[in-house]
Each structure stands twice: as structure tokens, then as C-alpha cells.
Design a protein around this ligand. Structure first.
Ligand code: UD1
Length: 366
């Protein structure tokens, strides 16, 4: 009998920025369990210890085979550097397919390079749309979905967006949410008491994060949020693990000039999820945190005018509040005195990574 030829080339995962790591870990694990050859490429888009290295051990991710060290820059500079470095990487170590995650600049850069080299592309977390093209992530999402070969989708609304864009249904797979796989796997380690004592918190508290360019890149926008967050801190202690982007501006505008508001460094995954789990209220402009609070059943006020994750509102605990200080104050008051019903969105069951691995092997082959 002639043996079936085995493609020795690896699946290559591209990660670069903090939210990529939690999304990639379950896919890498599930492909590993099937004995599939893999290579992990870190672009270096995020490089601070607290934004990158700290996650690998905790999430049980292998060390990346290579870190391209691309770093920060304007969108043109960063995306250009990413494309140059990724093309060299894919030419030197030919992938059987690449797997890209979410909507960061590393995601779209890898997809563009692979498409032009004729390498199959799988996009995990496809189809999300805020319909706000001023968001860099929206551009990254639309472009990546247009050129990826296989689209792994977290919610029914995202399937509909892809269909509306004329994408062939044969390319789409509704598989669930790998970021939630990671949450459910590590949830037994979440320890509210430990993080509260580490951060000197006692009793009820709220937690917040801010990093979107629309919120922190101008004094005018940031000042409104400082006012809104101070009004929340008037009600209960507020803790902010702050992303490096915008921290300087927010501090200059007096964010930490409130007795009950404290800024801390970005936290590792388990500590941060523990902090969210124990919070009475979360305020954020992050995408992933809208999903994580839905699963944790913690009220989330999203400090944006739109969301690409409406399932967190229809099924979960998320409410779109915007950035007006009066609206933030009123929404916080409401959330603290009412309880929100929440349901788990379909297929957010901890098995998305396994579904993706099974499908990748079948679709791309090994
Ligand atoms: C990126 C993603 C965003 C995601 C966020 C999660 C894009 C377009 N945006 O935004 O979707 O929600 O990651 O964190 O890809 N910086 C550091 N140390 C680091 C990384 C960044 O100091 O390790 C600072 C630098 O000043 C840098 C700035 O943060 O210029 C922005 O970093 P960048 O990777 O360009 O975008 P993020 O705002 O992190």
C-alpha cells in the first residue's frame, strides 16, 4: 500500500499583541493534542514584560520559535515593518497554513503577506463589525476576512455580517470563542481574595481599563473620561490596571487625583480575571473584556459609542454607555442597584479550540 503523503510543513500561528495570546492558546493546545506540526511566531508588536511575556507561562503556551521584534510605531510604520518581517519569516520557514487571531495590526499584516505568497489563511474571531471605520481594528477585521480562506466565527451576528459582505458560506465556521475557552479552563485558579489583598482592596470595588485611541489620544476625550471615572470613584473604590498607551496623558489630566481611584500596572491574566470576577462593576473600552464580563456575570459599562460584540448585550451583562460623564455616572448608579440577567452566548462552552483544530486538519490537511 502506498503511504498517504504527510505535509511536514507546520501550521504557523501569528501572535503579537496581548489579546492574541488568550485566543491562540486553546488552538495551539488542541492541534498539539492531534500531533500536528506547529510553529509560533511572535511579531513583537507588544514587548513589555507586563504586556507579553507574563502571559505565556500562565496560559500554558509554548515559547515562540521566533520573536520578530517589530515594536511600536504609527500604523504605516508598524504594519510595514510587520509585513517585511513576516514575509521573510514565511519564505524561510514555509507554513502549510497560517492562523491569525482577532483584529490587531499583526493580524492583518500576516494575512496580507500570506495571501500574496499563496499560503492558506485561517482567521480566528472573524466577522465582528463595529461599523466604525475610524477604529483601526475595524479596518483590520474587514481586510483580514476578505482575504482569509477559513473564517472561524464566535457569534451568529458575525456570521450574518460575513454573508452580507458576500463571503462564500463554505469559508465560514461558527465554532464559539477561544478567548472564553481560556477563561473557562483557568477559572478554577481565579482568586478574588488573593488579588484584593495584593492590591490592598477591601469590600466592594469597581475595576476599569482604558486604551482605545478614540478615548485616550486627545486631551478633550481623555478629560471627559477622567471626569466620568471620578464620579464612579465617588460611589465606590475604583482600580485601573492601565495599558501604557494613554497612561501619561490620563495621569497628566489628574486621573489619579481622587482618594478612591488607584492606577496600577497591567496585571497578568489570572490576577486580572480574579479582579474582574470580584468587581461589583467593570468599566472598559476593551473588546475582550466585554466578553469576559458576560461569562463572569459581572456588569460591564462599555465606554464607547458602538461595539463589535453585540452578543454581550443581547445575552450578557454589557451596556453601551459612551463617554459622557453624566451617562457614565447614571449607568454606574443603575448597575450598582439592579441585577443583570445573563445567558451564555451559544457555543461559548470551552470547546472552540478543539472545533477549530478538528476543522483545520480536515480543511487544510497535514
Ligand atoms: C493594540 C491593538 C488593539 C488591542 C490592544 C490590546 C492594533 C491596531 N491595536 O493596541 O486592538 O486592543 O493592542 O492591548 O493593533 N506600548 C508599550 N508597550 C508595549 C506595547 C505598547 O509601551 O508592550 C505603548 C507604545 O507607546 C505604543 C502604544 O502602546 O506606541 C500602542 O501600542 P500598539 O501595539 O500600537 O497598539 P495598542 O494600543 O496596544
Amino acid at each position: 500500500m502506498t503511504p498517504i503523503p504527510v505535509d511536514p510543513r507546520p501550521f504557523v500561528h501569528i501572535v503579537g499583541a496581548r489579546p492574541n495570546f488568550m485566543k491562540a492558546a486553546p488552538v495551539i493546545e488542541a492541534l498539539g493534542a492531534r500531533g500536528v506540526a506547529q510553529r509560533l511566531v511572535h511579531t513583537g508588536q507588544h514587548y513589555d514584560e507586563a504586556m507579553s511575556d507574563v502571559f505565556f507561562d500562565e496560559l500554558g503556551m509554548p515559547e515562540p520559535e521566533v520573536n520578530l521584534g517589530v515594536g511600536s510605531g504609527s500604523h504605516g510604520v508598524q504594519t510595514g515593518r510587520l509585513m517585511i518581517a513576516l514575509e521573510e519569516e514565511f519564505v524561510a520557514n514555509e507554513p502549510s497554513a497560517i492562523v491569525v487571531y482577532g483584529d490587531v495590526n499583526s493580524t492583518v499584516a500576516a494575512a496580507l503577506v500570506a495571501a500574496k505568497l499563496g499560503i492558506p489563511i485561517a482567521h480566528v474571531e472573524a466577522g465582528l463589525r463595529s461599523f466604525d471605520r475610524t477604529m483601526p481594528e475595524e479596518i483590520n477585521r474587514v481586510l483580514t476576512d476578505a482575504i482569509a480562506d477559513v473564517l472561524y466565527v464566535t457569534s451568529a451576528d458575525a456570521m450574518a455580517h460575513l454573508a452580507n459582505e458576500g463571503i462564500d458560506p463554505d469559508r465560514m465556521r461558527f465554532v464559539g470563542n477561544t478567548m472564553i475557552d481560556t477563561l473557562l479552563r483557568l477559572q478554577p485558579l481565579f482568586n478574588v481574595e488573593a488579588v484584593a489583598s495584593q492590591l490592598g482592596l477591601s469590600g466592594e470595588y469597581a475595576a476599569a481599563t482604558l486604551h482605545r485611541p478614540a478615548n485616550v489620544d486627545s486631551d478633550e476625550d481623555a478629560a471627559r473620561l477622567v471626569d466620568g471615572l471620578h464620579r464612579v470613584a465617588d460611589k465606590l473604590p475604583l482600580i485601573l490596571p492601565l495599558h501604557p498607551r494613554g497612561r501619561g496623558r490620563l495621569e497628566r489630566l489628574g486621573l489619579d487625583r481622587h482618594d478612591d481611584l488607584r492606577i496600577v500596572e497591567p496585571l497578568p491574566y489570572v490576577a486580572f480575571m480574579s479582579l474582574l470576577s470580584g468587581a461589583s462593576l467593570v468599566l472598559t473600552d476593551s473588546g475582550g473584556i466585554q466578553e469576559e464580563t458576560t461569562v463572569l456575570g459581572v456588569p460591564c459599562l462599555t465606554l464607547r459609542e458602538n461595539t463589535e460584540r453585540p452578543v454581550t448585550i443581547t445575552h450578557g451583562t454589557n451596556r453601551l454607555v459612551g463617554t459622557d460623564p453624566d451617562a457614565i455616572e447614571a449607568a454606574a448608579e443603575f448597575a450598582l442597584s439592579n441585577s443583570y440577567e445573563s445567558m451564555m452566548p451559544p457555543l461559548w462552552d470551552g470547546a472552540a479550540g478543539k472545533r477549530i483544530a478538528a476543522d483545520l486538519v480536515e480543511t487544510i490537511g497535514v
